[in-house]
Design a protein. Structure first.
Length: 340
């Protein structure tokens, strides 16, 4: 892919964020080469940050006309991307979504565009590697990078490039995004999986590239990790309720965690009721011990605990949404082709 070909492609780089003062400047700074190599602009869709994020972006904006701060009154990521595309994406070829809580190589955007042009894909998704720094964050990262935490998800295990039905959102044709109505703003988690379901149903093609990837920094304490995965579980349930899209086999196992935990309480009547819970706990703790001894990773035991938090929270979020919603399908906040 020549420099002239890349420069001829117009890209809208969107960073939805909320209270990311610790990351936002580095994330924007790391995109400087993309702005030089592509015909691109950066939109930071801020959901009302109160930690100084907006001040940082406004300072960058004053020195760089290719960076724009945009208010996202609905606060959630799906709405942030939608409003950025509706406001600034009409004359662009590609949407590139950047997570403010992540790290990216300098040629990330350029590689995505080159792969999209080479394959003709409507969407290009990437693999994700999780990295931690503090004690709990390192343990959470170890859990999320392991099969115990990710269930063998292909965008988590470094699979070779292939056509897929879902992956971590990176690039999408603006025309396709608009045709599909953008993200469903009824989803504050898992909006990417929900949109991928609709893309597949409509016959669009999703390409997972192995030529680039991103780094994600996990939550730093058990409470925020629980809240995050509780939200993921709710989002997956919403997808099920809306499309009758059943969870995959790898998701069925953590889905059973809350039921078996509740079932364990019945051990006062029948000791056998505790067996499923005991098997799950033993499997998690055993995996953590294997990481500590077999892989010589001292964070193994805490990674097992992190995985148990993730499993339980995901299961709790799923069942909470199913019970609360029942058979009522969530209402889309956007519908049909995105309006001008």
């Amino acid at each position: 892919m020549t420099a002239e070909q890349l420069k001829s492609v117009r890209c809208l780089i969107v960073i939805p964020c909320l209270n990311e003062a610790g990351h936002i400047e580095a994330v924007i700074g790391n995109l400087h080469k993309a702005l030089a190599d592509l015909d691109a602009r950066i939109i930071v869709a801020d959901g009302g940050s109160t930690d100084g994020t907006r001040d940082i972006v406004q300072r960058i904006e004053r020195g760089n006309p290719k960076v724009t701060l945009l208010a996202n009154p609905k606060r959630i990521q799906s709405a942030g991307v939608n409003v950025a595309v509706a406001t600034y994406g009409l004359d662009c070829d590609y949407l590139i979504r950047i997570d403010a809580h992540g790290g990216y190589p300098e040629d990330y955007c350029q590689t995505l565009v080159a792969d999209a042009l080479a394959t003709g894909a409507d969407s290009v998704v990437v693999g994700m590697r999780t990295v931690g720094f503090g004690l709990f964050q390192k343990a959470a990262a170890l859990a999320q990078n392991s099969r115990l935490g990710n269930g063998g998800s292909r965008h988590r295990i470094g699979a070779a490039s292939h056509w897929t039905d879902h992956g971590h959102h990176a690039l999408m044709k603006i025309a396709v995004f608009r045709k599909m109505g953008g993200y469903d703003e009824a989803f504050n988690h898992n909006e990417d999986a929900e949109l991928d379901y609709r893309l597949n149903q409509a016959g669009y093609r999703i390409w997972m590239t192995d030529k680039t990837s991103m780094v994600y920094y996990p939550r730093t304490n058990p409470v925020s990790l629980y809240q995050q995965y509780f939200g993921y579980g709710r989002g997956r349930a919403r997808n099920f309720l809306k499309h009758r899209s059943w969870p995959s086999i790898r998701q069925m196992i953590p889905l059973s965690v809350v039921p078996v935990t509740i079932g364990a309480a019945l051990a006062v009547f029948n000791a056998a009721a505790v067996v499923p819970f005991a098997l799950w706990a033993a499997a998690c703790l055993g995996y953590g011990a294997w990481l500590a001894i077999g892989e010589r990773n001292p964070h193994g035991p805490l990674a097992a605990v992190s995985a148990m938090v993730m499993h339980f929270a995901w299961s709790a979020g799923f069942w909470r949404e199913v019970i609360a919603t029942g058979n009522r399908v969530p209402t889309r906040a956007t519908g049909g082709e995105m309006s001008r």
